[in-house]
Design a protein around this ligand. Structure first.
Ligand code: NAG
Ligand code: NAG
Length: 835
C-alpha cells in the first residue's frame, strides 16, 4: 500500500491553521516518490533494505560532519537518522536559531551530498538523554500547559514548531519528492508506554499528533516509534536491543527498527556500557531474517553533550554510546568494520529479501534456516544457532555448515557463507590517550556572598527552575541564623546538625563563607539530603547553599510537574530549643555565580577580575590558562581526573560539565557476547571516574593563545589537568585459516582468509610489534606465540605492510614459507604500529 491522504475535517482545520501560522506557502508533493508496503520502504518504485545510523548534529561540530557522514557511508549506511532539537532551535518563544551546531539545513545537505538519505525525527519531544527531552524550558511556564497530553497550549506550541521544521525542509527542497534526501520523518517519540499509563487523554493526544503530522503534507511516510496504535498511514516502529519479536500494527506496513541500541548512555556515577559487536550483529541478522527491512543504529556516532545540553539528571558529557564511530570521530574497531561486513552481506541478499516472506525450517533443537527467494531465482539464506553455549554443525541443502554459539551465518546465494555474526574478521584498533600539553594556571575564588540586581528575598524555599529558568546550573539559597551565646554546644563542642532536603541535583553548603560539605543524588534518584554538623558562632550566621542542577530530566510524564532545588525542609537540630525549622524564614536568592555574571569564561570577561598566580585547592575556584593548539589532526581531550565537579570552556565555548569525582558504582564483570544483552551486562570503569576525558573540538581552537577556563565546585587539583590526543596506538588482527566470514569484497573471492590492516587517514604502518602464523594466543596488545610459529611471520608483514597506510596478507601456509605444523588448525595474529 502506498501513502494515502484521506481528507478529513480535522486535517483540513490543521492545514488552515498552519497556513495562517506559517509564512511560507505549503507546497504539495506531486507524486509521492517514497511509499511503503508490507515488505519495505519503496523509493522510486523499488523496495529497499535500508541501513541507517543516528548522528545528532549538535553533538559534534560542523567541521566534523563531513568526515562522520563519509565514515557512515563507508560503513555501508544508506540513511542518516537524526532528531531535531527544539530547545536548541527555539531558545525563546518565536526566536529561532539554525546556526553553527544547530544548522540543520547544512547537516541535511551534507548528508545529501554524500548520496545518503535522511530520516528526520522531528519529535519534537525527543528524549535522547538531552536536556528536558528537547523541550525548551520556557514551555514549562506557558500558562495552563501540560506536556504530551490532550492540552491546548501544549498542542499549539507543538504544531508551531513541527510546522516550522517541515516548512523549512520544504523551502530548502530537502524532501525526497523535491529531489532532497528526506525519505521519512517521525512525530512524537516512544509515546506508547505513556498511553498505557494515562489512558484517554493520552490516546486523544496521540491521535491528534498523528493527524497533525499527516496534515503537514510532507509527501514522505511518517513513523511513530513504540506506538502500537499509530493510526494509518503512519508506520509504527520498534526501539530496543533486539527487534525480532516486533510486528507492525497492520499487515500492509513494513517492519522497521528505528533504534538498534549499540550500547547505552553513561551517567555520572554509573559504569560505562559496552555492547559486543558479535551480539549487535546477531540481533540485526535476526531481525532481517524474520523480514525486517529498515534498521537504525542508535547511535552510529553518539558524540558529546556540549554545554549544558546533557539530559538527566546526571547524564555524562560524553554521549559515546559505544557507537561504531567513537565520540571523537574515530572508527571504533572492530565494531565499525564488522558491521560494514554485515551490511555488505545483507545487501548481497537484498533482491531476495524484499521479494517475499522467508521459509523457516528447523535445523536442530535451537537452529533454524530462513530462506528468501525471488521470482527471478535469487536465493538468500540465514542459518541461525540460538544456543548460548555450543558450536554446532547443521546440514542445509545437503551441505554441512558450522555455526558458533549465538550466531547467524549469511549465505547470499544459499550456498556460500560470506558472513557469520560471531566471527569478527576486521581489525581491532587499540586506542591511546597520550598527553600533548600541560597548563600554567591562574585562579580566582568565587564569592559565597555574591549578589547582583537579580537577587531577591522572600519567605520560604523556591523551586529552582522557576527561579533560574535554566539559564544557569546554579542557584544560591541564603539565610541567617541567630545563635545565642548560651547554647550548650559551645560548652560540649557538639555542633548542631544542619539538614537540607533537596529535589536535586547537587549542593554545597557554606556556613559563614566556609564549606561545610556537599551532597548529590544519582541517575536512579536525583533527590538528596545533606546532613552535617555546622560550625556556628554566637550572633548572626550566614548559611549559603549553592544548589546545582545537572541536566534536566529527559524521560517521563508531565514535565510540568518536575522540580529541582532545595524544597525543604531545612532544619537545625541540637540547639537548646531542640530543632529549629529554617524552611519558612526569609531566604535570599541569587541566580548564578559571580564568575558567570562577569562572563569569566570569555576572553573579554576574564579580565574583569584579578587572577592569582597561586592556586590553593578550594571550592568555587575559577582557573584559567592559555595554550597553543597541539600539532597534528588527532582529536583532543582534557584529562580531568584530578578534578572534582564543574564546567569547562575553551575560547568561550562550553565543553560541558565534568564530574570525575563521581566514580562509577556497579558491576564490571567479565563479559561474554553469548546470550541476551542488556545495558548492565558489559560495563567498564567501576571504581573509576564515569568520565575522565572531555572532548575538545579542534575547530574551536586557534593556533595560539587559546583561553581555557575551568570552574571547580569542590576543590580539585588543576595541576593534574592535561591535554591529551586520542590516537590509534596499534592495529591488530587475528584471523583463522578457515574463517568463513572472510571475503574479499572486490574480487568476491570467498576462499582465502586474509588479514587487512588499515591506519587512520594520513598515517602509515611504522613497525610490526607482533606477528605469528601458527597458534598465537592472547588479545590485541598482548599477543604471544603458541607452540606452533612460522619463522617468516615477521618478515612477511614487515615486507608487505611497513611504510603503507594499509596492507593485506593471505592467511595460508605458502605465504609464510610453508606449513609450520601440518594437521593443526592455524591462525595469524599481528599487531602493527601506526604513526
Ligand atoms: C505560533 O507561531 C505564531 C507565529 O510565529 C505565534 O504568533 C504564536 O504565538 C505561536 N504560538 C505558540 C503557542 O507558540
Ligand atoms: C514560580 O514563580 C512565580 C513568581 O515568579 C510564582 O508566582 C509561581 O507560583 C511559581 N511557580 C512555582 C510552581 O513555583
Amino acid at each position: 500500500m502506498g501513502i494515502r491522504r484521506p481528507p478529513s475535517s480535522v486535517q483540513e482545520k490543521i492545514l488552515l491553521y498552519l497556513a495562517a501560522a506559517t509564512a511560507s506557502v505549503l507546497l504539495s508533493p506531486a507524486a509521492a516518490a517514497v511509499a511503503y508496503d508490507n515488505k519495505a520502504i519503496i523509493i522510486n518504485g523499488q523496495r529497499k533494505i535500508l541501513i541507517s545510523g543516528s548522528i545528532h548534529y549538535p553533538r559534534s561540530t560542523p567541521a566534523m560532519w563531513p568526515d562522520l557522514i563519509q565514515k557512515a557511508k563507508d560503513g555501508g549506511l544508506d540513511v542518516i537518522q537524526t532528531y531535531v532539537f527544539w530547545n536548541g532551535h527555539e531558545p525563546s518563544p518565536g526566536e529561532y536559531y539554525f546556526e553553527d551546531r544547530y544548522d540543520l539545513v547544512r547537516f541535511v545537505k551534507l548528508v545529501q551530498g554524500a548520496g545518503l538519505y535522511v530520516n528526520l525525527r522531528i519529535g519534537p519531544y525527543i528524549c535522547a538523554e538531552w536536556n528536558f527531552g528537547g523541550f525548551p524550558v520556557w514551555l514549562k511556564y506557558v500558562p495552563g500547559i501540560q506536556f504530551r497530553t490532550d492540552n491546548g497550549p501544549f498542542k499549539a506550541a507543538m504544531v508551531n514548531f513541527t510546522a516550522k521544521i517541515v516548512s523549512l525542509m520544504k523551502s530548502e527542497r530537502l524532501l525526497e519528492w523535491q529531489g532532497g534526501p528526506i525519505i521519512l520523518s517521525q512525530i512524537e517519540n516512544e509515546f506508547g508506554p505513556l498511553e498505557y499509563d494515562q489512558g484517554e487523554p493520552a490516546k486523544a493526544y496521540a491521535a491528534w499528533a498523528a493527524n497533525m503530522a499527516v496534515g503537514l503534507d510532507t509527501g514522505v511516510p511518517w513513523i511513530m516509534c513504540k506506538e502500537d496504535d499509530a493510526p494509518d498511514p503512519i508506520i509504527n516502529t520498534w526501539n530496543g536491543f533486539y527487534g525480532d519479536y516486533f510486528y507492525p500494527n497492520k499487515p500492509y506496513k513494513p517492519t522497521m527498527w528505528t533504534e538498534v541500541w549499540t550500547a547505552w548512555f553513561t551517567g555520572f556515577g554509573d559504569p560505562v556500557p559496552h555492547r559486543p559487536v558479535e551480539d549487535l550483529a546477531f540481533s540485526i541478522a535476526k531481525f532481517i531474517q524474520k523480514g525486517g527491512s529498515y534498521f537504525n543504529y542508535y547511535m552510529y556516532h553518539g558524540g558529546t553533550n556540549f554545554g549544558r545540553t546533557a539530559g538527566g539528571p546526571f547524564i555524562a558529557t560524553s554521549y559515546d554510546y559505544d557507537a561504531p564511530i567513537d565520540e571523537f570521530g574515530l572508527l571504533r574497531q572492530p565494531k565499525w568494520g564488522h558491521l560494514r561486513d554485515l551490511h555488505r552481506a545483507i545487501k548481497l541478499c537484498e533482491t531476495a529479501l524484499v521479494s517475499g516472506d522467508p521459509v523457516v525450517t528447523l535445523l536442530g533443537s535451537s537452529q533454524e534456516s530462513h530462506v528468501f527467494k525471488s521470482n527471478s531465482g535469487d536465493c538468500a539464506a540465514f542459518l541461525a544457532n540460538y544456543d548460548t553455549m555450543s558450536y554446532v554443525r547443521v546440514t542445509f541443502n545437503e551441505v554441512r555448515y558450522g555455526l558458533p554459539p549465538w550466531s547467524i551465518s549469511i549465505l547470499p546465494d544459499c550456498k556460500t557463507t560470506v558472513f557469520n555474526t560471531a566471527r569478527v574478521g576486521d581489525q581491532t584498533n587499540l586506542m591511546r590517550m597520550g598527553p600533548v600539553g600541560h597548563f600554567s594556571w591562574q585562579s580566582y575564588n568565587d564569592d559565597t556572598n555574591f549578589y547582583d540586581d537579580k537577587s531577591f528575598t522572600t519567605v520560604g524555599l523556591l523551586e529552582q527552575l522557576n527561579v533560574t529558568r535554566d539559564t544557569t546550573d546554579y542557584l544560591w539559597y541564603r539565610t541567617f541564623v541567630i545563635i545565642s551565646e548560651d547554647e550548650s554546644f559551645f560548652k560540649d563542642g557538639e555542633y548542631p546538625v544542619l539538614t537540607v532536603m533537596s529535589a536535586g541535583h547537587s549542593l554545597n553548603v557554606f556556613v559563614n563563607g566556609q564549606l561545610s560539605g556537599n551532597a548529590y543524588g544519582g541517575v536512579q534518584d536525583p533527590r538528596l539530603t545533606y546532613s552535617g554538623r555546622v560550625k556556628l558562632w554566637a550572633g548572626s550566621n550566614t548559611i549559603s547553599i549553592l544548589s546545582a542542577s545537572v541536566g534536566l530530566p529527559n524521560v517521563g510524564e508531565h514535565f510540568e510537574t518536575w522540580n529541582v532545588g532545595v524544597l525543604g525542609p531545612v532544619t537545625l537540630s541540637g540547639l537548646n530549643e531542640g530543632r529549629r525549622d529554617l524552611t519558612w524564614q526569609q531566604w535570599t536568592y541569587q541566580i548564578g555565580l559571580k564568575g558567570e555574571a562577569l562572563s569569566l569564561h570569555t576572553l573579554s570577561g576574564s579580565s574583569a577580575v584579578e587572577w592569582g598566580e597561586a592556586y590553593p585547592k578550594q571550592p568555587l575556584n575559577w582557573y584559567k590558562a592559555f595554550f597553543n593548539e597541539p600539532e597534528g589532526s588527532d582529536p583532543l581531550a582534557l584529562d580531568m581526573s584530578s578534578m572534582g565537579k564543574g564546567q569547562i570552556w575553551i575560547n568561550g565555548q562550553s565543553i560541558g560539565r565534568y564530574w570525575p569525582a563521581y566514580t562509577a558504582n556497579g558491576n564490571c564483570n567479565w563479559c561474554d557476547y553469548r546470550g541476551e544483552y542488556d545495558e548492565k551486562k558489559c560495563q567498564t570503569n567501576c571504581g573509576e571516574p564515569s568520565q575522565r576525558w572531555y572532548h575538545v573540538p579542534r575547530s574551536w581552537l586557534n593556533p595560539t593563545g587559546n583561553l581555557l577556563v575551568v570552574f571547580e565546585e569542590w576543590g580539585g587539583d588543576p595541576t593534574g589537568i592535561s591535554m591529551v590526543a586520542k590516537t590509534v596506538e596499534s592495529v591488530c588482527a587475528y584471523i583463522s585459516e578457515w574463517q568463513p566470514s572472510l571475503i574479499n569484497w572486490r574480487t568476491k573471492d570467498y576462499k582465502k582468509p586474509k588479514i587487512h590492516l588499515v591506519c587512520e587517514q594520513g598515517k602509515k604502518i611504522a613497525s610490526i610489534k607482533f606477528a605469528s602464523f601458527g597458534t598465537p594466543q592472547g588479545v590485541c596488545g598482548s599477543y604471544s606465540e603458541g607452540s606452533c610459529h612460522a619463522h617468516k611471520s615477521y618478515d612477511v608483514f614487515e615486507k608487505r605492510c611497513v611504510g603503507s597506510q594499509s596492507c593485506s596478507v593471505s592467511v595460508v601456509p605458502d605465504v609464510f614459507g610453508g606449513d609450520p605444523c601440518s594437521g593443526v588448525m592455524k591462525a595469524a595474529a599481528v599487531e602493527a604500529i601506526c604513526v
